[in-house]
Ligand binder design. Structure first.
Ligand code: FMN
Ligand code: SF4
Length: 442
């Protein structure tokens, strides 16, 4: 059932979500679907990219790189060009792309076809996280429908432009969400990140120019072309980015779920006005991880900030995937960090020594502290190790290991010290905040 918020916005991503059959081709077309692709096929490819640049659409996979600008880096060459949609969505606390694929699969296909036309790609891949069974089935079903309807294939919407889209299922490795590891994986190799440069837009899949974009980024392209960049810009309440955003709120809030919101609400508004505030009035807010577990943690007095890529940097954190995890008083921060680092230590691809060894060291030291067996020297080692991982690795996974450790320690050092002086966890055997208690709002 649809939940309402005081921050209602025009629904873009969630338009058909209240219809149980909204993922079908018929429902998508009834809601105006594939009109944008038709329009795009009548446009000059460069004009499509220009419109996306004008819309201020920023990549929604974590880094916020402007989508249209990335497309403009594709060189004019006779080599084949590819687009890979990053549907790996494995960052703990993040759950939004899955819902687009399960409920709006055709929206992703339409955006992808338009993006392919813009850069001149005739083949595209949707790289789906291996665990996403329903999303994969829905995507394949939608692709089958699109082929049967003459939308995809040798004649894209009846034109002379051939386009094939394939679903490629991952095998459960978080690192395959990193764009170059994703490319290695599609090529049938071990999913390990490549050194950059060359950047994929110049030399990516099969050594050809390749654009990698997040699911939500690509899904936004159809509506932008259909209604225009100005409309998209006006949906937002911040200069930083256009449009609406799918925000997945999890943790100790009263109403966890995926919400479609205008860009530019403050993090405080997202937590209190949209997600209903804290679930337990006796347990006030203790901390927030704003955009997936790799982002630096924030304190309650740091939330009056626009939840956008630029503003979040001013408080020393990141918008990341736009999915905040809310943590209540009574949660053991040391235990939370132990769980976060256990995940990252396990998921390291092992190529770089600081990441491969440092991740395990961090996990072991934090575990020791959490069990009451740590020393004050151990606390200093966390900072020392994390600072030697950050900036010293092939891919930004090193930062994902280091940022939680450094920020939790900076803001909650007293809790680490308490574990050492008491020789036990002061919070007792309480389970830590679940990282993804999700419901869907549509
Ligand atoms: C370790 C790691 C994991 C990542 N996982 C994902 C992911 O699951 N989904 C995603 O879209 N981007 C992920 N990214 C970011 C991608 O490398 C890439 O920047 C993104 O897909 C680009 O899309 P965008 O420009 O539309 O945001 C990850 C990056 C790193 C370093
Ligand atoms: S930082 Fe970690 S995950 Fe990334 S390439 Fe190096 S070892 Fe692999």
């Amino acid at each position: 059932m649809a939940k309402t918020t005081s921050f209602e916005t025009e629904r873009v991503f969630t338009k058909t979500w209240s219809n149980p059959n909204g993922h079908s081709l018929a429902a998508f077309k009834e809601a105006g679907g594939y009109k944008a692709l038709k329009k795009a096929l009548e446009m000059d490819p460069a004009a499509i990219t220009d419109e996306v640049i004008k819309s201020k659409l920023r990549g929604r996979g974590g880094a916020g790189f402007p989508a249209g600008r990335k497309w403009s880096f594709v060189p004019k060459t006779d080599k084949p060009k590819y687009i890979c949609v990053n549907a790996d969505e494995s960052e703990p606390g993040t759950f939004k792309d899955r819902y687009i694929m399960e409920r709006s699969a055709h929206m992703l296909i339409e955006g992808l076809a338009i993006a392919c036309r813009a850069i001149g790609a005739h083949t595209a891949y949707i790289y789906i996280r291996g665990e996403f069974g329903l999303a994969e089935r829905r995507m394949q079903q939608a692709l089958d429908e699109a082929y049967a309807d003459g939308i995809l294939g040798k004649k894209l919407m009846g034109t002379d432009y051939p386009l094939d889209i394939y679903v490629h299922r991952g095998a459960g490795a978080y690192i395959c969400g990193e764009e170059t590891a994703l490319l290695e994986s599609i090529e049938g190799k071990k999913g390990q990140p490549r050194l950059k440069p060359p950047f994929p837009a110049v030399e990516g899949l099969f050594a050809c120019p390749t654009i990698i974009n997040n699911v939500e980024t690509i899904a936004a392209v159809g509506p932008i072309i259909d209604k225009g960049a100005d409309w998209w810009v006006n949906l937002s309440r911040t200069e930083a980015e256009g449009g609406t955003k799918l925000v997945g709120v999890s943790g100790h809030v009263a109403k966890p779920g995926v919400y479609e919101l205008p860009n530019g609400l403050t993090l405080k508004q997202v937590i209190y006005d949209v997600a209903g505030g804290m679930r337990n009035p006796d347990k006030p807010l203790k901390a927030v991880i704003p955009g997936g577990s790799s982002c630096p943690i924030l304190l309650p007095d740091e939330l009056d900030v626009s939840f956008d890529f630029d503003a979040m940097k001013t408080v020393g954190s990141l918008m990341g995937t736009g999915c905040p995890t809310v943590i209540e008083e009574g949660t053991c921060i040391v235990r939370l960090l132990k769980r976060v680092e256990r995940f990252y230590a396990h998921e390291s691809c092992g190529q770089c020594t600081p990441c491969r060894e440092g991740g395990d060291w961090l996990f072991k030291i934090i575990s020791r502290i959490e069990e009451g067996k740590g020393t004050m020297e151990d606390i200093d080692k966390i900072e020392s190790i994390a600072s030697k991982i950050e900036g010293h690795t092939i891919c930004p996974f090193g930062e994902a290991l280091a940022w939680p450790a450094r920020s939790y320690l900076k803001k909650f050092r007293h809790e680490f010290e308490e574990h050492v002086t008491l020789g036990r966890c002061p919070h007792g055997p309480i389970p830590v905040a679940p990282l993804a208690l999700s419901g869907v709002v549509a």
